[in-house]
Design a protein around this ligand. Sequence first.
Ligand code: PMV
Length: 352
Amino acid sequence: MEFRVSAPGKIVLYGEHAVVYGKTAVAASLDLRTTLEFKEIEDQIVGLSMPKVRLQVNIPNYVEKIGYTNLQQKLALEAFFYLLIAISQVEGLSVRPFRIAIDSALAISSGLGSSASFAVCIATCFLHLSNAQKNELSSLDANELEKISRFAFSCEKIMHGTPSGIDNSVCTYGSIIEFRRGETLEPILGAMQMRVLLVDTRVQRSTKAQVDKLEALKRRYPSIFGPVIEAIDNVSKEALEVIKTVRSLPGDGGEGLHSSYQQLMTLMEVNQGLLATCQTSHPSLDRICAEAKNYGLAAKLTGAGGGGYAYILLLPDTPTETITSISKKLIANGYLVTLTNLGGAGVELHTL
Ligand code: PMV
């Protein structure tokens, strides 16, 4: 038996940080994906290849100890074995020798959902295997996707402590998602696909440190930061309205589409301003936003802030020369730039 699974990464479009306080966030899948290749083999081993964490191991039937040299490798192995054991128990999967190779177009530990897309791929792989052992087809229907997202969420807890659940959801369902902590969420069916430039500041940041900083500010000045967080919630809700409206525009969207993009850009700038007020921006992120504005475009930090990534929303008619020019400028300033699409497919299974 041989098959391939892939799952997208994610970015938060609107509402990060406020989502920690139960407010609305909007996230989208990236067309940068993690890919898993599965093959049953004769040798009595489980073979694992994970080049992103520089891990290559052959695990014999009887295991005393698996060698790992850093935290990323430890977490990757823990996630893998957690899913193998959990799915064996819950779904009655019987484990036979296999080889799995997992690679990703996503930078790891950078807020792009690499760990969730990794967990979604592995959960889908074992679920498909257990279906096949029962002679059942994997349809990746609502029921299966819910299972996959739930397994991946448990896995995220092992890797991150208290994840909000946004990453495993987007990596499973794809598209654009309206998210509130603890609520069942739905991808926005038929949501628009958008082009963005993903800009890596190359400034290291810690999500926990950023979240803790805002928590301290909110505790010290509740009457200031309470309303700011409320305002971010309203930005997300307004953006969702726009995204939903675009679905009903006729044909190529015309004037309506143009106006929707203008609104999304305004809301990005407002959200960025509010996040800067929350002290979660960074001079490098501010420079990216200023550069985008020079080109008549909008940018916003995505994720925890304090470094990490920003995204620049491209318009349907942004010319290639503009994209090339702004990319060159940003690269000359030391940033990394990737042109990518948002809102594409969630987890996919390709049988070979
Ligand atoms: O870790 P990142 O960069 O994907 O950002 C997390 C987004 C926050 O809202 C800041 C935290 C959270 O758990 O939602």
